[in-house]
Write a protein that binds this ligand. Sequence first.
Ligand SMILES: NC(=O)c1ccc[n+]([C@@H]2O[C@H](COP(=O)([O-])OP(=O)(O)OC[C@H]3O[C@@H](n4cnc5c(N)ncnc54)[C@H](O)[C@@H]3O)[C@@H](O)[C@H]2O)c1
Length: 251
Amino acid sequence: MTPAHPTCIVTGSASGIGAATVLALARAGYHTFGLDLNAEGAERVALQAGLEHAGTRHAHAHCDVADEAAVVAAFVRAAEFLGPLDALVTSAGVVDTTPFMDITVAQFRRIHEVNVIGTWLCMREAARHMQPGGRICAIASIAGLRGGGLSGTAAYAASKGGVIALAKNAARVLAAQGIRVNTLSPGATDTPMIATPLSDPMHRARIEGLAAQKRIGRAEEIASGVVYLLSPAASFTHGANLVVDGGIVMP
Ligand SMILES: NC(=O)c1ccc[n+]([C@@H]2O[C@H](COP(=O)([O-])OP(=O)(O)OC[C@H]3O[C@@H](n4cnc5c(N)ncnc54)[C@H](O)[C@@H]3O)[C@@H](O)[C@H]2O)c1
């Protein structure tokens, strides 16, 4: 039986897709705990979720998801606040738009530290705290399927391909613990992450033109897919990658 207030940790909760996910989960009755480097933004989103959805509780911790000690400590704090952990959404991520020939090794490493190692660390800690019935949704990107070609370049595309493979491995391994794992791969979505590239009208028109719907998505449209993947309605969806992109990839 689903508890009246299931619990979820959301990384990257201060902004964009992570923030929209906190609000959508609150609407669905979840208590949430956000992890983000932007403590002020995470605080604002937690307050908004509690105000808009009476009876749900929301808190956050300042945390770099690439920092193992910080992630371990944040999951302990989250467990104190939430009690038993039902779900994890990994939305913390960074993009890089440096051209292929100009990316430095330090940039390539940092993108992978946050997007791949950060996702894995949070999955590992979630699996330590979850009971059977737990579920995980990792936010990847269609860049991981297409090899980039939107705003992010090589390091970003490689990292998101890594997230998709990582989540499939977690889906295999954590099934034994009764934990469901899936990824959601958004297409171009109107968030602060791609505000700078999208401020160029030519770039924006090119990206819009790639989608059958000829538009950029809204963070709320991604969050509703996440809520579905965590819900009992998706009970047999396991190791899948839900593409939510207005019709770019159509895998
Ligand atoms: N916006 C898009 O078009 C798009 C498309 C495909 C995939 N995505 C993915 O969706 C996810 C959310 O992106 P968004 O568009 O909401 O971006 P965003 O920049 O609005 O939000 C990302 C959040 O992650 C946080 N963050 C970054 N590095 C962190 C770290 N090391 N530790 C903790 N928190 C950290 C940021 O502070 C921010 O609050 C990312 O994984 C991104 O790659 C976005």
